[in-house]
Design a protein around this ligand. Structure first.
Ligand SMILES: [Zn+2]
Length: 317
């Protein structure tokens, strides 16, 4: 088994958000590819192409009315859905199905012991997408689609989704906040200052889902030391109590101090720490198995080095 399996596809470039003026553009994955190629251990990675997410897998996370509305919007030549943030082109529906399918391909590899450490380099991203509406560049919630598949096909009872994107993953929270199973932990810039305006500390779950959501908002300007303190004092105890049997990481890189999409001040090295941290959780709880799915990260001058720092952390190199 190779140390790292990367799931990606050149078709992800086909989701055209209207050119380079849109922060979520196809240059993001190209920059990441170029940075990975330069890594010393690049030749030891495995590369796998994703499958298209089956309709029933999408319907485990989204309403049928949203699927129809999304498909109709691209076929009718619309440029965006609901808000100009959510730019689309003719191919966007197909590419979004391929983005959601990467996690499914990954989970089959993990469950069949054909991979241990899988990173899905996909776009469009997913963690803002709600069951019935797109949000913040996201159309299908790739992490929720993956979690549902892990729960339903492989009967995982305690799926942890850890989200270190600079923004709160409102779509992941709303998918799980009323359920007793699962744990969603998000470290993000405080919602009073940041998109999408959710993710306050007192949002901890609803009804029987009480206690299954842990939001760790950080004030603008927070850097590595603050995050490390929160990981150790708040996040690790919660994970230890939860004892996950599957781990999904919503890996967003827009908390970097150079990234214009947040006021967080992470260094590149912080992403290595994130990689080391989630790998240590995987070694403790899931036999080393871990699924990471790309979310945000928009400043192209640091995106490549941030992703490779995360990979170095995952691999302990
Ligand atoms: Zn983000």
């Amino acid at each position: 088994m190779t140390a790292l399996t990367i799931i990606s596809d050149c078709c992800y470039q086909d989701h055209d958000t209207g050119g380079d003026d849109h922060p979520e553009n196809s240059k993001r994955l190209r920059i990441i590819d170029e940075a990975l190629v330069m890594q010393d251990n690049f030749s030891s990675y495995s590369f796998v192409r994703p499958r298209v997410a089956e309709r029933e897998c999408l319907l485990a996370a989204h309403s049928e009315s949203w699927l129809f509305r999304f498909e109709e919007a691209v076929l009718s030549g619309k440029n965006y859905i609901d808000h100009p943030d959510n730019q689309i082109c003719f191919d966007s529906y197909d590419v979004a199905m391929l983005s959601a399918g990467a996690g499914l391909t990954a989970i089959d590899l993990l469950e069949n012991d054909e991979a241990g450490n899988v990173f899905c380099l996909v776009r469009p991203p997913g963690h803002h997408a709600e069951a019935k509406i797109p949000f913040g560049f996201c159309f299908f919630n790739n992490c929720v689609v993956a979690a549902r598949y892990w729960q339903q096909k492989y009967h995982k009872k305690r799926v942890l989704i850890f989200d270190f994107d600079a923004h709160h993953g409102n779509g992941i929270q709303s998918a799980f906040e009323e359920e007793a199973n699962g744990l969603y932990i998000s470290i993000h810039e405080h919602p009073s200052f940041s998109y999408p305006g959710t993710g306050y500390m007192d949002e901890t779950g609803i009804g029987k889902g009480k206690g299954t959501i842990l939001n760790v908002p950080l004030l603008p300007g927070a850097g590595d030391e603050k995050v490390k303190e929160k990981l150790e004092k708040i996040v690790l105890p919660q994970i230890t109590k939860f004892q996950p049997d599957a781990i999904i990481v919503a890996a967003g890189f827009d908390g970097h101090k150079a990234d214009f999409m947040s006021g967080l001040q992470y260094s590149t090295e912080m992403y290595q720490t994130f990689g080391e941290t989630v790998k240590s959780w995987a070694d403790t709880f899931t036999g080393g198995k871990i699924l990471s799915i790309l979310e945000g990260g928009y400043e192209l001058s640091v995106l490549g080095e941030s992703v490779t720092a995360y990979v170095d952390g995952l691999l302990g190199s």
